[in-house]
Write a protein that binds this ligand. Structure first.
Ligand code: MEV
Length: 322
């Protein structure tokens, strides 16, 4: 039987995290941390997923939203369920094998595996899915697992490149930037995105008068960063990153360790540095020119960060040869 493999990239959130969950824009770039999903039809009534071990679940169970799914495979199973719900005629057993780098550093492996799986399944069943279809099906899957999410990481995995994005995919605008003078640092602390989304949700419910203006300002920073990125004024982009970081600190998603790396990067001459994503750990990035990049990297390492060197502006979802 046919084996189909698709791959999708991870993401690095540049500007606008958290605010984008509440109807403000963000800017994200796709990173070359690719996740591969290989699918084939099998003659049982099961969905078999091989990723860190084998997980087997029946087709009926997958469509039951109350069924608790093993965390490792929840996004893959949600991707299958999303496709089954939309295309009621498809109810066959499937084997899915996913592969990716050993560590994903919070750079969007869940959305990437969801998107790669939808793309591969679409091809397997001859569905001729457009990129918008893949986005919609994948976003439904991510929402089913996470409850609340803006979908920016799904958009990065589907479209690739660097994107200006508005909540729920209301706008997806590719930004024509060739290179991004960005160094990624991993803080060493692993984070639950949904945990931090909930922290911010609780804050905005209790103090909307304080948090909403902060999110409006983050929205303005995103607009301004977009303009400066398009003309290649990275010094200004760096300054905006610093302001965005201050605002993220004010809503309680920063950590000592992130601050330490961020200040080290700035102290070594970076134009700017901020955390990336939900906060609480995972990655940060620094923006600096070629002349200072070595000293910035050294300073970040001294501060306890691991330098992560994936390609930025990476290609979106694609089929791979089997
Ligand atoms: C997490 O990487 C970024 C958040 O804005 C969540 C989301 O946009 O879905 C916190």
């Amino acid at each position: 039987m046919a084996l189909i493999t698709a791959s999708a990239p991870g993401k690095l959130m540049l500007f606008g995290e958290h605010a984008v969950v509440y109807n403000r824009p963000c800017i994200v770039t796709a990173v070359g941390l690719r996740i591969f999903s290989t699918v084939e039809e099998i003659e049982t009534n099961n969905i078999e997923v091989e990723t860190n071990g084998l997980h087997i679940i029946s087709i009926d169970e997958i469509l039951d939203p109350t069924h608790m799914q093993a965390k490792d495979v929840s996004f893959v199973l949600a991707a299958v369920a999303s496709l089954f719900r939309k295309y009621g005629g498809i109810r066959t057993g499937i084997r899915i094998i996913t592969k990716g780098p050993e560590q994903s550093y919070g750079l969007g492996s869940s959305s990437a595996v969801t998107v790669a799986t939808i793309k591969a399944l679409g091809d397997l069943f001859g569905l001729k899915l457009s990129l918008t279809d893949i986005f919609d099906l994948s976003y439904q899957a991510v929402l089913a697992v996470q409850g609340k999410a803006s979908g920016f990481d799904v958009a990065a995995a589907v479209y690739g490149g660097t994107i200006y994005y508005l909540t729920g995919g209301k706008r997806v605008e590719p930004l024509n930037v060739e290179t991004l003078p960005v160094i990624i640092g991993y803080s060493g602390q692993k984070v639950s995105t949904i945990g931090y989304i909930n922290v911010v949700q609780s804050l905005i419910q209790r103090l909307p008068w304080a948090v909403n203006p902060i999110f409006d300002l983050i929205g303005e920073i995103v607009e301004s960063a977009k303009r400066y990125m398009l003309v290649g004024d990275w010094q200004a982009v760096g300054e905006l990153a610093n302001i965005n970081q201050g605002l993220l600190e004010s809503i309680g998603v920063n950590t000592d360790q992130l601050s330490k790396i961020i200040f080290a990067a700035r102290g070594a001459g970076a134009w700017g540095a901020k955390l990336s994503g939900a906060g609480g750990g995972d990655c940060m990035f620094a923006i600096c020119d070629n002349h200072t990049s070595d000293q910035v990297m050294n300073a970040m390492e001294q501060a306890g960060s691991k330098i992560i060197s994936f390609k930025l502006n990476a290609e979106g979802v694609q089929l791979e040869n089997n």
